[in-house]
Design a protein around this ligand. Structure first.
Ligand code: PHE
Length: 452
């Protein structure tokens, strides 16, 4: 890595380490419980192509923009934006965009960790054989009882946050990078084992493939394009300071465009492969097609409880979900910790504990919203869904929009283009996408999500 750009708080040790960390952030619950279902119900491969177009026009430029600004600043998202603003004679007030992004990541982690905790507990529940022979009503009861019990939710939320804090405290290369180098190949291996199992032990693999891929262009309409656009944003972990922070540990020699392409390809392959595991199981057991927590914690357990080898396959599946959630959770904590490290006298370990404990406390409010505090509503939402909504509907899209406008309109383009090493034609396309297409795309999602 470039000696002149040495970062005070460490750097990625290798390109592949950075690639795996960024892919780990991108691959999360969204890939498992959202994308496959969205694809199956919105036109199969016609939707996949629409989604890839949205990724190319909105997700890709914003991902590159966040990395580029972070790398130029070599600091936390707020200070990095301030630095780039100063270099371009713009007001330091742009730094607020970075601060809001850091806060968004902090808030998201408080409820993401609660779900991560469920996944860990479900590894053990599955191993105990609890689901054997269960019907849908039974697995539903297991889940509802679990949500009604704040003590066990607290236990697993605490375990999940402790793991997240521990990895972050170890640092960028010895913590995040090393954990990603273990968990990402782990994810791939588990998914492959499950895929082989599903191919050989169900006769519904073909049905799953056609559900997921058979193109149906008649399903592509305003709604499905919006869903694709929103997911492109979410799945790449944009608008939460994450990619700024990950970029701040990068050296100049990394090709941002190529790396972004690799992250997108891996993220999409993982999501499709997850669908190829999930849907044949759903069809083989005549289960309800579903998405979200219900799919993972109520529907799939019925399949695990009623198939041969279900205890092992089910436990592997929840390990997969835990790994996917954990590599995303560490990325959500990183911007806060980098900020604390640079803005306060705290060292990295203390900053990780202080930031992490603050998230943990807010997470307690989230988990109580399923039981003791379920009557406490903010604008009609319990705390858990209130935090989900303000982050995904407001903070993320507006932060992403501001980032694109900043880089496209307030930063000297010559420098950006030479940093990206683009040919003339590619540079023209990049400018149009960065300055017009991507911001307009985000404005459209923003307005549509307010109306829905
Ligand atoms: N990208 C993750 C997913 O697809 C979700 C996520 C969003 C993770 C924001 C971290 C931050 O599930």
């Amino acid at each position: 890595m470039s000696g002149t750009l040495k970062h005070a708080h460490g750097q990625w040790r290798s390109r592949i380490g950075f690639l795996l960390a960024a892919t780990g952030s991108a691959i999360g619950l969204g890939n498992i419980w959202k994308f496959p279902y969205m694809t199956g119900t919105n036109g199969g491969s016609a939707f996949v192509l629409t989604y890839l177009l949205c990724i190319a026009l909105v997700g890709f430029p914003l991902l590159v923009a966040e990395w580029l600004i972070g790398r130029r600043g070599q600091k936390n998202p707020m200070l990095a934006i301030e630095d780039v603003a100063k270099q371009n004679n713009q007001t330091k007030a742009w730094g607020i965009v970075g601060l809001v992004a850091i806060i968004a990541g902090f808030l998201v982690l408080s409820f993401y960790s609660v779900i991560g905790g469920w996944a860990i507990d479900y590894i053990f529940i599955t191993l105990k054989g609890t689901f054997s022979g269960m019907s849908g009503d039974d697995t539903d009861k297991v889940f509802t009882d679990f949500l009604a019990n704040p003590k066990s939710l607290l236990l697993w939320h605490t375990v999940f946050m402790a793991l997240t804090i521990g990895i972050i405290a170890m640092g960028v290369s010895s913590g995040i990078e090393r954990a990603s180098k273990i968990m990402m190949p782990g994810l791939a291996i588990i998914l492959l084992i499950m895929l082989v199992y599903v191919i050989f032990s169900t006769d519904t693999f073909g049905k799953g493939v056609s559900f997921l891929f058979a193109p149906d262009w008649s399903k592509i309409n305003g709604q499905s394009v919006l869903a694709a656009l929103g997911h492109a944003f979410f799945t790449l972990s944009l608008g939460m300071g994450i990619m700024f922070s990950y970029g701040s540990y990068l050296g100049k020699e990394i090709n941002l465009l190529k790396t972004a392409r690799s992250v997108i390809i891996l993220d999409t392959i993982f999501a499709l492969a997850a669908g190829l595991v999930i849907f044949p199981l759903v069809f083989a057991n005549n289960l309800k097609l579903d998405s979200g927590p219900g799919l993972l914690f109520v529907t799939l357990p019925i399949a695990f409880g009623n198939m041969s080898g279900g205890i092992i396959i089910g436990a592997l599946f929840f390990i997969l979900v835990t790994f996917a959630a954990l590599t995303s959770a560490i990325s959500l904590l990183e911007p806060t910790v980098e900020f604390l490290e640079e803005k306060t006298p705290l060292n990295r370990q203390v900053a990780a504990v202080v930031g992490g404990v603050a998230v943990w406390l807010l997470g307690i409010a989230c988990l109580l919203s399923f039981n003791e505090w379920d009557k406490f509503l903010i604008f009609g939402n319990n705390i858990f869904s209130f935090l989900d909504k303000i982050t995904s509907k407001f903070m993320m899209p507006l932060g992403g929009l501001a980032t694109l406008i900043f880089l496209g309109w307030f930063v000297k383009q010559q420098g950006v283009l030479s940093e990206l090493n683009l040919s003339d034609t590619a540079a023209q396309i990049w400018s149009i996408v960065l300055r017009f297409v991507a911001p307009i795309g985000i404005i459209v999602i923003f307005i549509a999500s307010l109306l829905s």
